[in-house]
Unconditional design. Structure first.
Length: 247
């Protein structure tokens, strides 16, 4: 499953960066953006995940995010999440860059995480920017408020919004200094995240894709491993330890 070249590069690697996408979360059973619940079938995601939608009907938006939060809170990390947490302890410089907002990487034990699209379990004040842990919609249907009086919103990137530039900059820096870069569970079509494997490759990294099927980037990378991350990554960690690569 793993080439000798990959194992050799990882044994020598000091810096490793990983990009994860929706495929990793789906292996844990996380409902997709367009869940099957009857109520939400009536809406397109862009009608609920935007500043305009929040201004127009903040109670509805909070109800939808509350629904998604409850699903995520009942979901456990899968073996792929756990293996990435193990990898963090193996390499001196490790960065986990994720497009997922479910917080499952942190739940699995990863600490060096760059969340490109935010975290659905965190709320942010629209007025002062203060962040806090998960806040449930008020029982009386009122939108949660910050101590400053501003409206609280889920701390995720909505349609029409830019990614947090400080997080994005850190992600590109991690990609460009990495010795080995992994693109896992992502179709590699949504930019700017899709540019990270390319940036790593151009900077000299050995770039590996792990996905159930090939993507538009497969032909430009050093290695593509077809399979589920929850099956591939634990085997990779075991192989590294067998070869003598330890924290």
């Amino acid at each position: 499953m793993f080439s000798d070249r990959l194992i050799k590069r990882m044994k020598k690697a000091r810096s490793v960066a990983v990009l994860t996408g929706a495929g990793v979360s789906q292996e844990s059973g996380v409902a997709t953006f367009r869940g099957e619940d009857g109520l939400w079938k009536k809406f397109k995601p862009e009608e609920l995940a935007s500043v305009e939608a929040f201004v127009k009907n903040p109670v509805l938006v909070w109800e939808w995010y509350g629904y998604r939060q409850k699903i995520i809170l009942k979901t456990d990390p899968n073996p792929g999440h756990m293996a990435l947490a193990d990898m963090e302890g193996i390499f001196p410089d490790f960065a986990l860059i994720t497009q997922n907002v479910d917080g499952l990487h942190r739940k699995a034990g990863s600490q060096k995480i760059l969340e490109l699209h935010g975290n659905i379990l965190v709320s942010r004040c629209m007025s002062c920017g203060t962040k806090s842990d998960r806040i449930e919609p008020e029982e009386d249907g009122m939108v949660p408020r910050c101590a400053c009086g501003g409206r609280m919103r889920p701390d995720v990137v909505w349609f029409g919004e830019m990614l947090p530039q400080d997080i994005l900059s850190q992600a590109f820096e991690a990609a460009e200094r990495s010795d080995v870069f992994f693109s896992i569970g992502t179709s590699a079509v949504v930019h700017p995240a899709a540019s990270l494997p390319v940036a790593a490759k151009e900077a000299g990294a050995y770039v590996v894709e792990i996905n159930p099927e090939r993507t538009v980037l497969s032909g430009a990378l050093d290695e593509t491993i077809i399979g589920k991350s929850g099956e591939v990554l634990p085997r990779l960690v075991s192989r590294l330890r067998e070869s003598g690569k330890e924290a």
